[in-house]
Design a protein. Structure first.
Length: 92
């Protein structure tokens, strides 16, 4: 004789919608993880750009352009964080 499998109770549309809305409002990454990824990526791009430009442009220009690209990544990141907080300020 086969065992009867337990059936999940039916989930109503409103419960499913509430669960989906909750999942959509949660962040993908924690802020600390995002900052760590940004630090590693911006350091990498700064060193890479400087390494590529130093032979042709000289040391100061190469390092300067590397810093410009590294800092611009942080500006874009914080602009995105600010925009996200600004758009979601009324949802809490």
């Amino acid at each position: 004789m086969a065992k009867k499998s337990k059936q999940n109770p039916k989930v109503t549309d409103s419960e499913m919608e509430a669960e989906l809305r909750k999942a959509m409002n949660e962040p993908w990454l924690k802020m600390r993880t995002g900052l760590t990824i940004m630090a590693i990526a911006s350091l990498f791009i700064t060193v890479f750009i400087a390494w590529q430009l130093v032979p042709s442009e000289g040391f100061l220009k190469g390092v300067g352009w590397g810093l410009v690209f590294g800092v611009s990544m942080w500006l874009i990141f914080f602009a995105g964080v600010w925009f996200n907080h600004w758009m979601r300020r009324g949802q809490k």
